[in-house]
Design a protein around this ligand. Structure first.
Ligand code: HEM
Length: 343
C-alpha cells in the first residue's frame, strides 16, 4: 500500500472510532439517566459474568453491559490506531501524537469507568468520565479530518485564538453539565427561563461545588440539599449563556471572515449546533426531562465538540503547518509537495 492510501485508511479507521466514541458518550448518558450506572456493581464483568444473568436487576444490568461492550470495541480500535501509528511512525504525514493521546485517554476512561461503579457514582468521577469521553471524541475527530492545503489569510488566522477559547469554554460547560446530572440537580429548576418562578432563587454555591466528600458517601439519588442543587443548575444555565454566546460569535465571525467555503460552512454549522442544543435543553425542561430528550442533550454536546474541532482543523491547514514547523521539515517528518505539507 502506498503512503497516501495508508493514510486514507488510517483516517477512515479514525472516523469509525470517532462515530463509535459519539455513540459510547450518548449510551453512557442513557445508562446514567436510566439509573443503571450500578446495574453491574463489579467491573469489568457483571456479577462475575461476561453478560448479565437473569435475577440481578436484569434490565439495568443489560444497559450497563451494552455500554461496556461498545466502549470495549472502541478501546480495541483506538489501541489498533495507536499500534498502527507507532508502527508507521517514520512514514511522512503519519500522525503520532493524536493516536498515542487517544490510547492514554481510553486507558484513563477504562479506569474512570471502573471507579464510577466501585466508588458509587461519585460526581467528580462521573463528570471526569463524561469529559474524558468527549475529549476522546475530539481527538479522534481531529485525526479523521484531512488538513486543507492552503495558506490562511490573516483575518482567518486571527480566528484561531477565539476557536481555542471556544473549545476550552465548551469543555467547561460540558463539565458543568456532568456535575448537574451527577448531582441530580436537573429537576431543581423545572421552569425556564426562571428557576422556581424566580430570577435568583435561594442558592448555596459553596456547598454546590465541593468536589470530594470522602469515600463513604453513596451518591445514588444525590446528597445535596435543594439550594445547592439550584446553584448547580443555575450555574450550568449561566455557563450555557456565556459559552453559547462565544461559540455563536466565533461561528458568525468565521462565516464573515472565511475565504474558503468549508470554513464558512463550519462556522455556520457551529452556530446551528449551539441553537439546536439550547432548543433541546429548553424542550427537556418544558417536557419534564423525558429520557429521549435528556439523552439527546448529550448528543448535542457531542455535536458541538465535533463542530468546534472541525473549525479548529480548518484553521490549521497543512500549508500553514509547514510554515510553523520548520524543524520538523528539516528532519524530513513533514515532506513538502509544491511548497505544502502532504497528509
Ligand atoms: C452550550 C450549551 C450546553 C451544553 C454544551 C450542555 C451540556 C450538557 C451536558 C454534557 C450535560 C450532561 C448530561 C448527562 O450527564 O447526562 C448536561 C446536563 C444538563 N443540562 Fe446542559 N448543556 C447546555 C445548555 C443547557 C441549557 C441552556 C440548559 C437549560 C435551559 C441545560 C440544562 C441541563 C440539565 C437540566 C442537565 C441535567 C440533565 C439530567 O440530569 O438529566 N443545558 N448539559
Amino acid at each position: 500500500m502506498d503512503i497516501q492510501r495508508r493514510l486514507l485508511w488510517f483516517r477512515r479507521l479514525a472516523l469509525a472510532a470517532a462515530l463509535l466514541a459519539a455513540a459510547v458518550v450518548v449510551l453512557g448518558a442513557w445508562v446514567r439517566l436510566t439509573d443503571a450506572g450500578l446495574g453491574c456493581p463489579d467491573w469489568p464483568g457483571c456479577y462475575g459474568h461476561l453478560y448479565p444473568e437473569a435475577g440481578h436487576n436484569f434490565a439495568k444490568a443489560w444497559h450497563e453491559m451494552i455500554h461496556r461492550y461498545f466502549a470495549g470495541t472502541l478501546g480495541s480500535i483506538i489501541v489498533g490506531l495507536g499500534v498502527w501509528a507507532v508502527w508507521n511512525r517514520k512514514q511522512p504525514g503519519q500522525p503520532i501524537l493524536g493516536p498515542v493521546l487517544a490510547c492514554v485517554l481510553v486507558c484513563l476512561q477504562g479506569a474512570l469507568g471502573a471507579l464510577t461503579v466501585t466508588r458509587l457514582l461519585k460526581p467528580l468521577i462521573v463528570t471526569a468520565h463524561l469529559l474524558g469521553g468527549l475529549t476522546t471524541l475530539a481527538v479522534l475527530w481531529w485525526l479523521c479530518l484531512t488538513p486543507e492545503r492552503r495558506e490562511l489569510a490573516p483575518p482567518e488566522m486571527a480566528l484561531r485564538k477565539y476557536a481555542l477559547a471556544g473549545l476550552a469554554l465548551l469543555l467547561l460547560q460540558i463539565s458543568l453539565g456532568g456535575w448537574t446530572s451527577s448531582n441530580y440537580a436537573a429537576v431543581a429548576c423545572p421552569d425556564f427561563p426562571t428557576c422556581q418562578q424566580s430570577w435568583w432563587p435561594p442558592m448555596n454555591f459553596p456547598d454546590a461545588f465541593v468536589l470530594w466528600r470522602g469515600l463513604d458517601v453513596d451518591y445514588t439519588g444525590g446528597v445535596l440539599a435543594n439550594p445547592a442543587r439550584v446553584a448547580i443548575h443555575v450555574t450550568h444555565r449561566i455557563g450555557a449563556a456565556v459559552a453559547g454566546s462565544l461559540l455563536i460569535f466565533i461561528g458568525a465571525l468565521s462565516v464573515a471572515r472565511a475565504r474558503g467555503r468549508r470554513l464558512k460552512f463550519a462556522g455556520a454549522a457551529l452556530v446551528g449546533a449551539v441553537l439546536l442544543q439550547i432548543c433541546i435543553a429548553v424542550a427537556m425542561l418544558h417536557f419534564a426531562m423525558p429520557l429521549p430528550l435528556a439523552t439527546l442533550h448529550n448528543a448535542g454536546a457531542a455535536l458541538l465538540v465535533i463542530c468546534t474541532v472541525t473549525l479548529l482543523r480548518l484553521l490549521w491547514p497543512a500549508g500553514d503547518l509547514a510554515a510553523a514547523a520548520p524543524r520538523a521539515l528539516m528532519r524530513g517528518v513533514i515532506p513538502l509537495r509544491n511548497g505544502h505539507r502532504t497528509g
